[in-house]
Design a binder for this molecule. Sequence first.
Ligand code: 6PG
Length: 240
Amino acid sequence: MNKTVEIHSSASVLVQRALELILSKVETAISERGQFTIALSGGSTPKPLYEAIATQNLPWDKIHVFWGDERYVPADHPDSNELMARRAWLDQVAIPAANVHAIPTLSTNPEVDASKYNQHLQTFFNSRSGEFPALDVVLLGMGDDAHTASLFPHTEALRVCDRLITVGNKDDNLRITFTYPFINAAHSVIFLVAGANKRPALAQIFAPVADDFAYPSRLIRPQGELYWLLDAAAGLEFPH
Ligand SMILES: O=C(O)[C@H](O)[C@@H](O)[C@H](O)[C@H](O)COP(=O)(O)O
């Protein structure tokens, strides 16, 4: 793992840096592998990033978009992570519909939809059960409870290591989420973290010893690169 922590002067500088980083990963992935695969996060921090990506002239037919987690709501629900990304980015560009791999949420059973998305990913990557294919970029946010994707503290999803997708649980509201070994298989994992409310969780995540089950973002130790992009408010206590 190659870990980089960057502290940027404001949330808008953080977004600009994330944009530059993603554009460089798009170029590398397409030249080395012929396509670029990215998993998106929800939350408020990435929205201006998605709006900025939408203004770029990119080879959209070579870009495939997935989601690292989804609330268990229809795709037109205001809480949908898919809806946010479609409005901010995907509906604004000429990306083929087949390149947008949204998490299904319509079967009324999150287990069934988690399994469908797992199968969809295995088919896309031509991988077998038990293998963890590498996305080029997994974008993550972090909650002030140190959760990431829908991997919440002290929940069963944190123990799931034998598949790509599982059911997450936030206060008894079920969700669908990447498992941590699938996130850790990525070429690059990029956390975007803004706001002073994130400082206590970050202190635990960067501590040499702490409970991974209490602070799930600690489980993110990718084989490839790990970027923590913080704004000044989140990063105040951390040297860089
Ligand atoms: O579904 C959720 O509970 C949130 O969307 C969450 O996962 C989010 O990504 C983080 O809390 C960071 O959010 P901000 O970017 O708004 O700080």
